[in-house]
Unconditional design. Structure first.
Length: 560
């Protein structure tokens, strides 16, 4: 066939636009097609293991197959060492056991923790190799192989003005502890990953670590070990840290290439003083910062030139440690600059943002995404005043994300000013009623012509007449190829007919609609299940996220 004569480069371009199911079919055509398909599928094989394919192995079985394949890719020298030095005698370590491709060459991401667990699953599935030492040895050799062969970092020159995706990742947390409701590890329980000092064969590999996520306080020794090894971390996420303040501060200070920090403590009444000082030391090199205001005082920004910062997220807890004067100082400080800030998220009470206009004026030339989330219901007069301040400096915004106000008229204050807006999203009303269902058609009159997607983060109960009026208003003002990011609680064939007509008119994006209508019908089925009197309370209240965590724990238990 002529199509089989395509160059590898062209095949890669074509295959890059295919779904996983299609790639798996293409892999069966011939060796050339298989190589191109596998080059894409093996960029992150762990993702492939969790992809839901019909009539295939379980995720755990697929993880075992992936590890088995990687072990076969080990060099003859390493295989001999595993057999002769450590006595690990399995089929994969035989010299003649070589896979069709050197799959590790294709890999572009390495998650240490998932690879660690997958290796344990694989060893247990063999039933012939036991003991922690074997697990650690094979895991270290696998990680070393992936780093050496895949050349994930590729010696690339990093653009200091652009966030680099971290491709070597370590997430240390304890899902069982999270499930049981323990939000702070005061007793320094074990994480789901061994101490780095217990993995001496992969010190070089761990030194390439780019992202660290700590979901609970863990042993100070863990941070100490990492601090002695790692200097190339780009991205640090800390979710707690109240018991490891000094250790984490030292770790942050020693990361020379740090670009992104996320920091929240589950103990909302605690200040993380030492970590805050470390963040302050790094502020002028960071590209993204996401912190709990108060736990990290806003005064860290005083007299700082934060001109590398692209994203800033400030979240004020319910038990706020930040006073109005702190917010005013931050919003009005002339000695602090944010010349390249493109995305700003502020989550707090509106009364703390009375000086928001001063800050937005400072960043209006660069700001493109604005997220404003209220913690509590607010008076309409206060909200309207706040929106007027925002509207003055919103002409360059591309994305606007707001907690929906009580009255839609408040939104109309800001929408006409957003001449370039492409994405509008309305969030949960924070226990405050709103009139969006009743006034739904009105908002369609005030969309900017540039709008591409309108989202609402809660289900709507809107009649077909109001949906039709809303879409007619959008069409009449010139909105075209709009996507909707919400679903209707009560959706009938009449609703569908109206929406299909506006797909034909061009009001709604046809590509979006085909996916949306499928999801909308699934929402209806799920909603009917909730109200089905024949279902048990347990089925109605099922929490699928915690089911996933329980499944992870079950796999851990199975793995010994």
């Amino acid at each position: 066939m002529i199509i089989q004569q395509f160059s590898p480069e062209l095949l890669t371009e074509i295959f890059g636009n295919l779904y996983i199911n299609d790639l798996l079919v293409c892999a069966l055509v011939n060796r050339k097609w298989s190589a191109n398909a596998m080059r894409i599928l093996w960029k992150c094989p762990i993702q492939l293991a969790t992809f839901p394919l019909k009539n295939t192995k379980s995720p755990q079985e697929k993880l075992c197959s992936i590890i088995s394949t990687i072990v076969k890719c080990l060099s003859i020298e390493v295989k001999n060492k595993l057999r002769n030095v450590y006595g690990i005698i399995i089929d994969e370590t035989k010299n003649e056991s070589v896979p069709m491709f050197d799959y590790c060459l294709f890999m572009e991401k390495l998650n240490f923790v998932i690879m660690f667990k997958a290796t344990l699953f694989w060893l247990n599935s063999l039933g012939c190799v036991t003991g922690l030492i074997y697990h650690h040895i094979i895991f270290q050799e696998i990680c070393n192989l992936v780093i050496i062969k895949s050349n994930i970092l590729n010696n690339q020159q990093r653009d200091t003005n652009k966030m680099t995706e971290a491709k070597i990742v370590l997430s240390a947390y304890n899902p069982k502890q999270m499930l049981e409701g323990e939000i702070c590890n005061r007793n320094y329980k074990e994480s789901d990953f061994p101490l780095p000092s217990h993995l001496p064969l992969m010190t070089q590999t761990l030194s390439r670590l780019e992202r660290v996520t700590l979901n609970t306080c863990i042993q100070p020794r863990f941070i100490y070990d990492l601090n002695n090894i790692c200097r190339n971390v780009l991205d640090i996420s800390i979710h707690c840290g109240c018991n490891d303040d000094q250790h984490l501060a030292d770790f942050i200070n020693n990361q020379e290439k740090l670009q992104k920090i996320v920091l929240f403590s589950f103990k909302s009444d605690i200040r993380l003083e030492k970590i805050s000082k470390a963040i302050k030391n790094k502020l002028e090199q960071l590209l993204s910062l996401n912190i709990s205001a108060g736990q990290v005082p806003l005064e860290i920004f005083n007299n700082k030139q934060c001109n590398q910062l692209i994203e800033l997220h400030l979240v004020d807890c319910d038990q706020s440690l930040t006073k109005l004067s702190d917010w005013n100082q931050f919003l009005c400080c002339n000695d602090t600059s944010f010349k390249n800030l493109k995305k700003l998220e502020l989550q707090c009470n509106i009364k703390n943002l009375e000086k928001i206009g001063t800050f937005l004026q400072k960043v209006s030339s660069s700001l493109r995404k604005l997220i404003l989330i209220r913690n509590n219901p607010e008076d309409q007069i206060l909200i309207d005043k706040f929106y007027k301040n925002v509207a003055k400096y919103s002409s360059n915004l591309i994305q606007l994300d707001l907690t929906i106000p009580e009255f839609i008229e408040s939104l109309i204050i800001i929408l006409p000013s957003c001449k370039k807006l492409e994405y509008l999203n309305l969030r949960d009303p924070c226990n405050q009623p709103n009139d969006l269902n009743e006034r739904f058609p009105l908002i369609g009159k005030y969309f900017p012509l540039s709008l591409k997607k309108f989202g609402v983060e809660f289900d709507l109960n809107v009649s077909k007449e109001k949906i039709e009026e809303f879409l007619n208003n959008c069409f009449n003002i010139g909105i075209r190829k709009l996507s909707l990011g919400f679903y209707f609680m009560d959706f009938t064939l009449d609703h569908e007919i109206i929406m299909r007509r506006h797909v034909q008119l061009g009001t709604l994006s046809s590509e979006f609609y085909e996916y949306w209508i499928k999801e909308q019908k699934e929402v209806i089925i799920e909603g009917n299940m909730i109200y089905d009197e024949n279902l048990t309370v347990q089925d109605k209240e099922k929490d699928y996220w915690f089911d996933f965590i329980r499944e992870c724990i079950g796999l851990n238990n199975l793995s010994g």
